[in-house]
Design a protein around this ligand. Structure first.
Ligand SMILES: [Zn+2]
Length: 152
């Protein structure tokens, strides 16, 4: 497959498109995309033929890995994550729900040992009918995705 489509205004970096409207800011903050010291372009509530409204994030000079892209699946399972080099799309990540998530979310259990030990948080992810559950490796408590990912 040859990919020739160029991405307006981005020479090298990652474009995260088709984010459900309202989740873009959350993704920016949770994944600290604005703290990388690179230029970030965001579009919120852009019109989308398929989604009605969507958010979009472009990060210059940062290439999201497969694992990082999969972590976005928690918030934006239908997002497209394209890696750009020399204005060309060189990689399109297909998002899959990750089996585990490390180091991004703090455990909601204030008694959890992960808050006092020098360890990264670690959750096992399980998909349920109407929810996604995250189970902490350290205290073994399970939480709804929305509790773990609530941004203050
Ligand atoms: Zn815990």
């Amino acid at each position: 497959m040859t990919i020739t489509r160029t991405v307006e205004g981005l020479k090298n970096g990652t474009v995260i498109d088709h984010i459900p409207a309202g989740q873009g800011l959350r993704i920016l903050r949770l994944f600290k995309l604005a703290e990388l010291g690179e230029r970030v372009n965001v579009g919120f509530n852009l019109s989308s033929r398929h989604m009605g409204a969507k958010d979009l994030i472009k990060v210059e000079n940062v290439e999201l890995t497969e694992a990082q892209a999969n972590e976005l699946a928690l918030f934006a399972p239908k997002a497209t994550v394209n890696v750009i080099r020399d204005s060309e799309v060189v990689k399109k990540h297909k998002l899959a729900m990750p089996a585990t998530i490390e180091g991004i979310f703090a455990c909601p259990n204030s008694n959890c040992i992960s808050h006092v030990e020098p360890v990264d948080s670690f959750f096992y992810v399980s998909e349920q009918t109407n929810d996604i559950k995250l189970k902490c490796k350290y205290c073994e408590k399970g939480f709804s995705k929305d509790i773990v990912t609530a941004v203050e």
